[in-house]
Design a protein around this ligand. Structure first.
Ligand code: SF4
Length: 501
């Protein structure tokens, strides 16, 4: 794979045949995905949608020593303010001296739609470079400059000699794709073209000034695993994965989230790139393999004991360490099993509904089933083949409901009303809706808690029990903040507006 000669990454509808409109069962969704007909479907009515520009900020707003210069009207990306506090705190878990989130906006208006916004962008970049002296300036490009034809790449290329920061364009206008996750490719496209480069001393391998140092470098690189983290991961998740791989004598490096420019360059010094979620990083990993020859593993997400074991074995297998990994998995599962006993009785027979990225919700369902809950339904932002390994670890759910929809709260409330789960485990943006239906909510992820590995199973059990025992706030919400839908909508088929051709 190599799309880097193009200005922007291809949209996922074309590259992966992804679908964003489907209502049926898990069996039907998987079959439709395998036959490549999911992306034919659409909605005759769509209540809300997702925007690539916004999602690109989920990654780029985590970079350390960086400034974001958003190129667009002031509203684009303004939601980043919601994550500013967290971004600062979680950066400091990696570097206590890290700055908080710094962003500017070119504030395009009506005149710029006529005359173009390149001058404003140039001024904003020069200002950001001189005032903040960052290592990286990320320039996400929104709908307006994309539509009026601002030549951002040429502008950045010309400005690069005048600034100290590395300029990273991210072409992510929200109108381009219905698959919001295309934003991940947009970000990686920009990183691959600007930051992921061999150092001079890495590329000049024929002249060795210090052979011992060179041997040491290669030895370390041969045992280093890049783990492609996601912004929804907690630092506790990283530490758990690092702990497990350290037992196998493997060194870990986490990127791209919370990384700085040096880490992107050093990322080429590794033996294996390991995905935590294929939906996030296949574009990056495929390019790293074709450009630099670094092998990669995309399998399941290490959430739930079976998925964690599978993920660990997959990594270990690449280094000939499968036997050691099996012993580690046995030991970890024994400890976990003992720790979970007091929780199982509480969860037995309780019903859960999951909403969010399709890989993560299917893996989390494995975790919940391990705790004793029954899974009554899923709502995925989109559907692609990356959830297949997690489905393989979750037999017996063929007839369970699967709704595919980015946002679309009207379908969610209808489905929840019918399925009546005891708990809703969901992504930011969908939790508030079902909280107003009076259901206890467990966030699908949170930067303050572990969800991954064996420690994650235990932490989810503790948090889930706590939220299910304390449901009064959501009951009051349901009583006093009713949802705006008519009774007649709840009587209709929740998939009424999904047209499958
Ligand atoms: S859809 Fe376009 S105009 Fe709307 S927030 Fe996203 S980038 Fe901005």
């Amino acid at each position: 794979m190599n799309f880097l000669d193009n200005q922007a990454a291809p949209i996922r509808e074309n590259r992966l045949g992804v679908g964003v409109a489907f209502g049926g069962t898990c069996r039907e969704a998987r079959r439709a995905a395998s036959q490549g007909c999911l992306n034919q479907a659409r909605r005759s009515f769509s209540q809300t949608h997702g925007c690539e520009f916004t999602l690109s900020l989920a990654i780029t707003s985590t970079f350390r020593n960086a400034v974001i210069v958003m190129h667009g009207p002031i509203g684009c990306g303004s939601c980043v303010i919601a994550s500013a506090g967290g971004a600062k705190g979680y950066r400091r878990l990696r570097d206590p001296a890290a700055e908080g989130l710094i962003w500017l906006n070119t504030n395009l208006g009506e005149n710029d739609v006529v005359g173009g916004g390149e001058d404003k962008l140039a001024r904003a970049i020069l200002h950001a470079d001189r005032k903040f002296r960052p290592e990286i300036i990320v320039v996400p490009v929104s709908c307006v400059p994309a539509l009026v034809g601002d030549d951002v790449d040429t502008l950045l290329h010309g400005l690069q000699a005048e600034v100290g920061a590395k300029l990273v364009p991210v072409h992510c206008p929200g109108f381009r794709s219905k698959v919001m996750a295309t934003a991940y490719d947009d970000v990686y496209h920009g990183l691959l073209k600007t930051l992921v480069r061999k150092n001079d001393d890495q590329s000049n391998e024929k002249i060795l000034n210090d052979e011992l140092q060179e041997m040491r470098r290669r030895y370390i690189a041969g045992r280093t695993v890049n783990i492609l983290n996601v912004s929804s991961m907690a630092r506790a998740d990283e530490l758990e994965l690092e702990r497990l791989l350290r037992v196998l004598d493997l060194r870990t490096r986490f990127l791209p989230c919370y990384s700085e420019s040096l880490e992107f360059r050093e990322s080429l010094e590794s033996a294996l790139n390991v995905s935590v979620c294929g939906t996030h990083d296949d574009y990056f990993l495929e390019h790293l393999k074709s450009l630099f020859g670094i092998p990669f593993m995309i399998d399941t997400i290490p959430i739930g004991p079976r998925n964690t074991g599978r993920w660990l074995l997959g990594v270990a297998d690449r280094f000939g360490l499968s036997d050691r990994a099996r012993r580690l998995i046995d030991a970890e599962e024994t400890i976990l099993e003992e720790a979970i006993v007091p929780y199982r009785e509480f969860f037995q027979g309780k019903k859960a509904f999951l909403s969010g990225g399709e890989v993560r919700i299917v893996a989390t369902a494995e975790l919940l089933r391990y705790l004793g809950l029954e899974i009554v339904g899923f709502k995925g932002h989109h559907f692609d083949h990356f959830s297949e390994p997690a489905f393989e670890e979750l037999p017996g759910l063929e007839g369970t409901v699967f709704l595919v929809g980015t946002q679309q709260p009207f379908e969610q409330v209808n489905l929840i009303q019918r399925l009546k789960p005891d708990v809703f485990v969901g992504h930011t943006g969908s939790n508030n809706i079902s909280a107003r239906q009076g259901i206890p909510i467990l966030p699908l992820f949170g930067n303050s808690h572990a969800y991954m590995g064996y420690a994650g199973v235990f932490e989810v059990a503790r948090n889930l029990r706590r939220v299910m025992l304390n449901g009064s706030f959501n009951h009051l919400l349901a009583e006093h903040c009713p949802l705006p839908y008519r009774k007649s909508w709840y009587e209709k088929d929740p998939f009424s507006y999904i047209v499958d051709h």
